[in-house]
Design a protein around this ligand. Structure first.
Ligand code: BT5
Length: 333
């Protein structure tokens, strides 16, 4: 039986939640005392801690307090304060540095821990992509995180998770930045044809059951060209490079987790609607593709995604091939 642990909200989360709900307006000391269940001295001590973390809070003798500015720093309290999710992000951890956030979650997955825990890292020393490729994770410039999932899906349908996550990331990037984020099958989110985010789903399955799915997501937020290896200029980009301005990573993290929470649920119950959104955002669908799967090369027309999240490729001889994973080498109209 999976165990779900519902954690109590920390005071930091609660106080920020009050400020976000107030949307820039003043909140009285009495209201803060009531919500936080703390005496005035306790409230001011909490406010002092937030200020030390870089939050700019204005104090007014009659009106109370209001939040003016948040720091450029990922904290679990702040991300949680902005979330209203069902599963994802019930517990959030932020590490300064780790090998790979997928490894941290893999370690947790072996226990009976319930799904939804999210681990972020400001930097990864061994960030990875698929097939052992390296994922560049410059410190403080992006969102590098992993989520523990225990989907009620057959292992054969695990690709649904990657599809749902790509849709969620594209949706969040579009909403927060206004950029025209698209999805390149199977796991890239792109802007202007360059990769702005990648998804890595790692599965642990037994017989016909998924024990855990570790969903790793990397989003290049405020990376500059010099933060990437030199050979990335043609393949990789970031929200800042595309929009010409920096973005609030905490806001994007919360938006991405919120979108993920919705897409993850729908992926298990009504995958067709995820596929419909994927199709609207896809750069792959309807194109003539060359896909490499290990040493194999398959050429054909990208027709659709099936119910398991596999790509249906119609070859020149009319045969339709189901493809799970692989790399698209060329996309032609
Ligand atoms: C991916 O693999 O796109 C999956 C990336 C998942 C990264 C997250 S970060 C949090 C979690 N922890 C991890 O260790 N991983 C996950 P793939 O499709 O194989 O693409 C890898 C290729 O993308 C590399 O070979 C590079 O060419 C390119 N690449 C590497 N770093 C990049 C970056 N930051 N932005 C854009 N492209 C990158």
């Amino acid at each position: 039986m999976p165990v779900t642990v519902v954690l109590a909200m920390t005071t930091g989360t609660a106080i920020l939640e009050v400020f976000y709900q107030a949307a820039g307006q003043f909140v009285s000391l009495a209201e803060l005392e009531r919500v936080l269940k703390l005496p005035a001295a306790g409230v001011t001590a909490e406010l002092g801690e937030l200020k030390e973390l870089g939050y700019k809070i204005e104090a007014h003798p009659h009106l109370g307090y209001r939040l003016l500015e948040t720091p450029e720093r990922l904290t679990a309290d702040d991300i949680k304060a902005r979330l209203k999710t069902r599963v994802i992000g019930l517990e959030i951890l932020v590490f300064d540095q780790t090998s790979s956030t997928n490894d941290v979650i893999a370690h947790m997955a072996t226990s009976q821990r319930g799904e939804g825990i999210v681990v972020f890292a400001e930097s990864q020393t061994k960030g990875r992509g698929r097939h052992g490729r390296t994922w560049a994770s410059p410190r403080g410039k992006g969102l590098w995180f992993s989520v523990l999932l225990r989907p009620k899906l057959k292992p054969a349908a695990a690709a649904r998770i990657t599809v749902a996550a790509s849709v969620a990331v594209a949706r969040a990037v579009r909403r927060v930045s206004g950029l025209d984020a698209r999805i390149k099958w199977p796991n890239d989110v792109t802007v202007s044809g360059k990769k702005v985010a990648g998804v890595l789903t790692e599965l642990s399955a037994e017989k016909d059951e998924i024990l855990s799915a570790i969903l790793g997501i990397g989003i290049n937020v405020n990376c500059r060209q010099e933060d990437f290896p030199p050979d990335f200029s043609k393949i990789a980009t970031s929200l800042e490079l595309e929009a010409g301005r920096a973005f609030d990573r905490v806001a994007l993290a919360a938006d991405a987790l919120q979108a993920l929470d919705g897409c993850y649920e729908v992926a298990q119950t009504d995958f067709d609607s995820i596929v419909a959104e994927w199709a609207r955002l896809s750069t792959t669908l309807g194109k003539q593709l060359v896909v490499t799967i290990g040493a194999r090369r398959v050429e054909g027309h990208a027709q659709a995604l099936d119910n398991d999240g596999a790509l249906l490729l119609r070859r020149d001889n009319g045969q339709v091939e189901r493809i799970l994973g692989g790399d698209v080498v060329v996309e032609r109209a």
